[in-house]
Design a protein around this ligand. Structure first.
Ligand code: FAD
Length: 482
């Protein structure tokens, strides 16, 4: 296809290398413009110190700098994309707007409406796969249907990749850079306060260089990933989720490296375990794209009849969970980490989600929304998938009777209590044997270590064994159709 001028609209793909839409535009146009739109409706719903806005802001500066190095620049606008994009396309006289596909239901609707407006003006929206390795209809069962269980999906995903290794080919940008429209002046990105946000540092090094630095550091220790990934006090995982969320790194680049390291043996067994995690990301993206109703409904509709707790006591317990005041030290430490940094380790996401749904009996949707507000790496597909997995309402649900024990999980994955001590200072004086369940420690011994339960640290909001029984009853009632 030959387009004389085109506009690349950046959304969750904030990089200038291995980029499907940039590559398409540069190789088929004489002149290529680039834009990012701060969506005013989304910004209005966020707290003024939102860490993700800081991350995006810093990443746009890095993207603009790289585009300028290549001879182009980034236009940054604020408003509703539905109005801004068609108007800018007309102003610049472009024939097409190129984007990397976004599979979230609202984004799909938005893009369809932008496309309608562009078409009414004789232009088009060209949407390309970039965010995932395989889209929703590329990895199918032998009968041609979608998978709903991860392991067979993963096996089919790996088989398809082996059959189509070109899927991981890079979409080069720099060698076609002569097509970039040159900058009209020096960089002029709006500062955070002009957008109505408090200035501040991003929660982790942003932009392409931030992603690459993390990746290089992680690759050096990937061999140990299979063992180290489960321990929240260590440095066992990559921390690349925010970069994957905003596209400051390329999924093909990561998968290619993981695959090469796994095949060559250089990454030990860790590289293939890590590759599996990246496949989970594709899996949940596929589930959401095919089942947009999961944003508000259980993947398995029967579970929407579950009688979740409500009323004043449930509200109090929900507030305690959000604030990290449940009296279960590892749960509280995890929530403190989330509230203060916007990050939570995967093992702890599973434990806190299980605790909310199975110990407190609270609807997974409330926890899902809380995570959406707080997580730096919030991604609708992965968050929804993770929550429904933990609540046993989702695809690939583990048997509903699997309920995480918050104390034994703590003893196993934070055996020395390092993580708890780092995030719950009130318990810093407790030893490894006492810290996982302080209510079991004799009162005078606790007092000698400076802790009075109910004053310095809460008593447990529920008894796990009783809560477990209630959850089993809740699910059993559903099975019987009570
Ligand atoms: P690594 O262990 O280094 O994994 C590498 C990458 O693989 C991650 O960055 C991520 O992109 C992907 N990945 C890893 N595990 C999963 C998984 N279970 N599902 C999907 N992708 C995965 N991940 C998000 O990116 N955004 C979310 O909003 C999110 N919410 C979650 C909510 C719950 C209740 C649960 C149980 C999991 C959630 N996850 C989410 C998945 C996972 O916890 C994070 O991706 C991971 O903790 C990010 O840390 P990392 O980059 O160091 O991961």
């Amino acid at each position: 296809m030959n387009m004389s001028n085109s506009l690349v609209w950046f959304r969750r793909d904030l990089r200038a290398f291995d980029h499907a839409a940039l590559h398409q535009a540069l190789t088929s146009s004489n002149r290529v413009y680039c834009v990012f739109v701060y969506d005013c409706d989304i910004l209005a719903a966020l707290p003024r110190d939102d860490r993700r806005v800081r991350f995006i802001h810093a990443s746009l500066a890095s993207l603009d700098a790289e585009l300028r190095r290549l001879g182009g620049y980034l236009i940054v606008r604020q408003g509703r994309p539905l109005e801004v994009i068609p108007a800018l396309a007309a102003e610049l006289g472009v024939d097409a707007v190129c984007v990397c596909a976004d599979y979230e239901p609202d984004a799909v609707k938005r893009d369809a409406r932008v496309n309608e407006r562009l078409e009414a003006d004789g232009r088009k929206l060209l949407s390309l796969k970039d965010h995932v390795v395989f889209e929703q209809d590329e990895v199918l069962t032998l009968a041609g249907g979608p998978f709903s269980v991860f392991t067979p999906y993963k096996n089919a995903w790996l088989k398809r990749l082996a059959a189509k290794p070109e899927t991981l080919a890079t979409w080069p940008v720099d060698q076609y850079a002569q097509a970039f429209a040159p900058p009209p002046g020096p960089p002029a990105l709006p500062p955070l306060d002009e957008l109505g946000f408090e200035p501040g540092e991003p929660p982790l090094p942003a932009g392409m260089e931030g992603a690459e630095a993390l990746f290089e550091r992680f690759v050096a220790r990937v061999a140990d990933y299979g063992r180290a990934r489960d321990f929240p006090s260590g440095d066992g995982t990559s921390r690349l989720s925010v970069h994957l969320r905003f596209g400051t790194t390329s999924i093909r680049h990561l998968v290619r490296t993981a695959q090469q390291m796994a095949l060559s043996g250089a990454g030990g067994s860790g590289a293939s375990v890590w590759l599996s995690e990246l496949i989970w990301r594709d899996f949940y993206s596929m589930i959401l794209a095919r089942n947009p109703q999961v944003t508000t409904q259980s993947f398995k509709p029967a579970f929407d009849a579950l009688a979740w707790d409500s009323g004043a006591q449930a509200e109090e317990r929900f507030a305690a969970w959000c604030a990290g005041r449940t009296g279960y030290p590892l749960v509280d430490a995890a929530m403190a980490q989330l509230n203060r940094t916007g990050f939570m380790h995967n093992r702890l996401r599973m434990i806190t989600a299980s605790f909310l749904t199975k110990d407190l009996g609270i609807d997974w949707r409330r926890g899902e929304r809380y995570f959406a507000l707080k997580l730096n790496d919030y991604d609708l597909a992965s968050n929804n998938g993770g929550w429904q997995w933990a609540a046993s309402t989702g695809c690939d649900a583990q048997p509903w009777f699997r309920i995480f024990n918050p104390v034994s999980q703590s003893q196993r994955f934070d055996a020395q209590g390092q993580f708890i001590r780092a995030w719950v200072p009130a318990l810093a004086g407790l030893g490894a044997k006492e810290i996982h369940a302080p209510w079991l420690v004799p009162r005078d011994e606790l007092a000698r270590k400076g802790v009075v339960l109910g004053r310095d640290y809460p008593l447990p909001v529920v008894d796990h064994d009783e809560a477990r029984k209630r959850t089993l009853e809740r699910f059993a009632a559903l099975k019987k159709g009570d």
